[in-house]
Design a protein around this ligand. Structure first.
Ligand SMILES: NC(=O)c1ccc[n+]([C@@H]2O[C@H](COP(=O)([O-])OP(=O)(O)OC[C@H]3O[C@@H](n4cnc5c(N)ncnc54)[C@H](O)[C@@H]3O)[C@@H](O)[C@H]2O)c1
Length: 327
């Protein structure tokens, strides 16, 4: 008899791994966590006990070998994602991988090809497009009335240069985090980035890379333009994210994915819809498996996001706008 719940294994139980486990165990009907894996044994035992997970592993391949694992959630440092995807696909597991898939466009494409070849689904954790306020903004503008002007400010705060996110494990914050905001812009415009231009601070901080304070302009294929101001040198008391969307005589503001406001036809409406989309993205992924639907984010869109982040770095290096293309 087929199990009534989709059974997940989670690899990497750090910051985001715990968020996914908590959602899968407590907030997503039809999901169960049957195994967890991490290289930190004490934390692994604590998380397994807290969420009542029966099996723990230090080697992710042993978790993947379990026949009762239907799907894997990969939340390890980024440089490990690609091999974990390949190994999971080889065992026929459905895959949810945290963003970014990898730190090279070639491996992102290879991972997409591998999951297609093995006939499994792969979802990437670009959660913001599934946030309730992102859905509300999309609904507010109706059916594709672009092009849009979008202004996205992220008061991200500093991360020291020696943290794994800044090293070869994480690839830095443009590859590792700015990808989120490019993905949201793709969703809001229903388009893909064509060119990018970026400028960063030219300070001499020993602690924070200049690339962590960056202003990026993107032109989209539908004629939309977006600006991303990613800031590590701000004050923590200020909210992290504000998105301002303009088009077709309308405006929509998202304030830190908690509140929003839509302006149209001489009046405005406020919305209180908290959440960054973590629960929704996994719920949709689960539904896509159950109903045999494609993965909730098209693979081309994922490749464009990765390509755009690399083009941002190229632009910073050469000081010129860069074309964004995928192979
Ligand atoms: N979508 C989001 O909102 C979001 C937020 C944060 C991080 N992320 C992404 O999630 C990934 C993890 O980030 P994090 O902030 O949770 O990092 P983290 O450092 O908090 O957690 C990473 C975990 O992976 C474990 N790990 C390391 N090597 C491993 C291995 N070989 N096998 C199993 N586990 C291993 C570490 O012990 C740690 O517990 C990154 O790719 C990051 O970009 C996504």
């Amino acid at each position: 008899m087929k199990p009534s719940k989709l059974r997940f294994g989670v690899v990497g139980i750090g910051r985001i791994g715990k968020i996914h486990i908590e959602n899968l165990v407590n907030r997503i009907p039809g999901a169960a966590v049957v195994a967890v894996c991490d290289v930190a044994p004490a934390e692994l035992a604590a998380v397994a006990a807290r969420f009542g997970v029966g099996k723990t592993f230090g080697d992710y391949r042993e978790l993947l070998d379990l026949p009762e694992v239907d799907a894997v959630v990969i939340c390890s440092p980024t440089n490990l994602h690609y091999q974990m995807i390949v190994d999971a696909a080889a065992r026929g597991k459905q895959i949810f991988c945290e963003k970014p898939i990898d730190l090279s466009i070639e491996k992102v494409q290879a991972a997409n090809e591998e999951v297609a070849r093995r006939g499994v689904r792969m979802m990437v954790g670009f959660n913001r497009r599934f946030a309730p306020l992102a859905s509300k903004a999309k609904e507010f503008f109706g059916h594709d009335p672009g092009p849009y002007v979008i202004n996205y400010r992220i008061n991200a705060g500093p991360i020291p240069k020696d943290h794994w996110i800044q090293t070869a494990e994480g690839g830095g914050r443009i590859l590792g985090e700015v990808c989120h905001f490019i993905d949201l812009l793709q969703y809001l415009t229903s388009s893909t980035p064509e060119t990018v231009f970026a400028e960063c601070l030219s300070g001499s901080s020993q602690k924070i890379p200049n690339y962590d304070n960056v202003v990026i302009t993107l032109r989209f294929r539908d004629g939309s333009v977006g600006q991303i101001a990613y800031v590590a040198c701000g004050n923590r008391l200020l909210d992290k994210e504000r998105v301002e969307i303009f088009g077709d005589g309308r405006s929509f503001i998202i304030d830190d994915f908690r509140t929003g406001a839509g302006y149209a036809n001489g009046s405005f409406r406020k919305f209180k819809l908290p959440g960054k989309g973590h629960k929704e993205e996994v719920t949709l992924f689960l539904g896509s498996i159950r109903d045999g639907l494609p993965s909730p984010i098209p693979s081309d869109s994922i490749c464009y996001t990765t390509a755009a982040t690399f083009s941002i770095i190229d632009s910073l290096q050469v000081g010129l706008p860069q074309h964004v293309s995928i192979g």
